[in-house]
Design a binder for this molecule. Structure first.
Ligand code: ADP
Ligand code: MG
Length: 272
């Protein structure tokens, strides 16, 4: 296990503090009534989002006008070849970076144009992250790792313990709460990481190559867990290179040269 975030060129990983969400548990709110999904059902809304990186005189357009809606309860895979803009898209989705232009709304809240500080607050409150490298603290037990975001959120000890235990039970690790990461298999470590992402009751679970460091049995295990979360009504967005992972999701969004596509067979050719 490792405390660093080493996949690809995804250098701007959030620290553990970013996993916190100072928000009470909420019951699944299906609200909309007879008229079908209301606009507020959109967890993610991108309108013509661009991202241009400038280094000196050179500008790279990593996203070139992305419009996209992801609704509550959707299970979405984002796939694309290296350099297509996946990490850029994930950084914006995860409130780790802001668009150059266009509008990004997260659970109805306009995030594009926010200050760093406001962005961090939204990130902590609304997003649970799962990383390829698990990012668990090696010296802490599973339970301590999972309660960490609740410490940052200022939740009191008794409630922290109760919620961390419940999250670990939810991922099937009730009997491993006192184990340290080194005493758990890769699949179990990723389950701990998923429990840590869930414990704050985020609006969105954002996973970057969640099976990338796992053998195929453990990867299947994590995919089953994702399916359970989906069945429980969670909104899941997975960034992946893996065809099996992409096929597990109900919806596949392709990204190529900074533009998204949907329903294009070529998107699945780009995953290995
Ligand atoms: P992917 O994750 O799909 O490999 P990225 O989002 O990392 O793609 O990159 C998309 C494009 O933006 C690439 O051409 C990459 O070189 C460029 N890029 C990414 N990050 C930066 C940066 N910080 N500065 C300049 N160019 C960048
Ligand atoms: Mg990348």
């Amino acid at each position: 296990m490792t405390d660093s975030y080493g996949s690809d060129h995804d250098a701007a990983a959030p620290s553990a503090a970013h996993l916190a969400a100072p928000r009470p548990l909420k019951v699944g709110d299906t609200g909309a009534g007879a008229g079908g999904p209301a606009a507020s059902d959109a967890v993610i809304s991108f309108e013509n989002v661009t991202k241009v990186y400038r280094t000196g005189a050179i500008a790279v357009a990593a996203l070139r006008g992305v419009s996209l809606t992801i609704n509550t309860g959707e299970y979405v895979a984002i796939v694309g070849p290296s350099g297509s803009g996946k990490s850029t898209l994930m950084h914006i989705l995860g409130c780790l970076d802001t668009p150059t232009s266009g509008t990004f709304r997260l659970a109805g809240e306009k995030v594009s144009g926010m200050s760093e500080e406001a962005l961090a607050e939204v990130r902590n409150r609304r997003i649970g992250f799962v990383f390829q490298q698990f990012n668990l603290l090696a010296s802490m037990t599973a339970w301590q790792n999972v309660e960490l975001p609740l410490i940052y959120a200022g939740v009191h000890r008794a409630e922290r313990k109760e919620r961390a235990m419940a999250a670990l039970a939810k991922v099937g690790l009730a009997s491993r709460v006192q184990h340290r990461p080194g005493e758990l298999s890769g699949g179990q470590q990723q389950r701990v990481a998923v429990a840590r992402a869930l414990v704050t009751e985020p609006d969105l679970i954002l996973a970057d190559e969640p099976t990338g460091n796992l053998d195929s049995v453990s990867a299947d295990d994590v995919l089953r867990l994702m399916e359970e979360l989906h069945q429980a009504g969670r909104t899941l967005v997975l960034i992946t290179h893996d065809l099996e992972v992409a096929s597990a999701a109900g919806r596949v969004i392709g990204i190529r040269d900074g533009l998204v596509t949907e329903g294009d067979a070529r998107d699945l050719e780009n995953v290995r």
